[in-house]
Write a protein that binds this ligand. Sequence first.
Ligand code: SF4
Ligand code: SF4
Length: 85
Amino acid sequence: MSLIILDTCVNCDVCEPVCPNKAISLGEVYYVIDPALCTECVGHFDNPQCVEVCPVECIPHDPDHVESHEQLMLKYEHLMAKAAP
Ligand code: SF4
Ligand code: SF4
């Protein structure tokens, strides 16, 4: 499943540059994750990089976007194919 940023986000901006899928951006009020781009870092890293750097622990799993490891790997492969020149 993708992750979601809660409204306890303090807009510190440290998560946005560590996302390998460019899934994080500044929303209207605080940072947001695009569930179409978040692979939970599957394919890139063993752990979600945004969760590792967030100082206020406001990035849980998103129960509205449940995906298996296999689905996340397929999403990763699809994103990499789209990004290939
Ligand atoms: S879990 Fe990984 S892919 Fe998903 S938003 Fe965080 S850093 Fe990006
Ligand atoms: S690291 Fe956490 S607090 Fe900082 S912008 Fe990202 S979600 Fe918000």
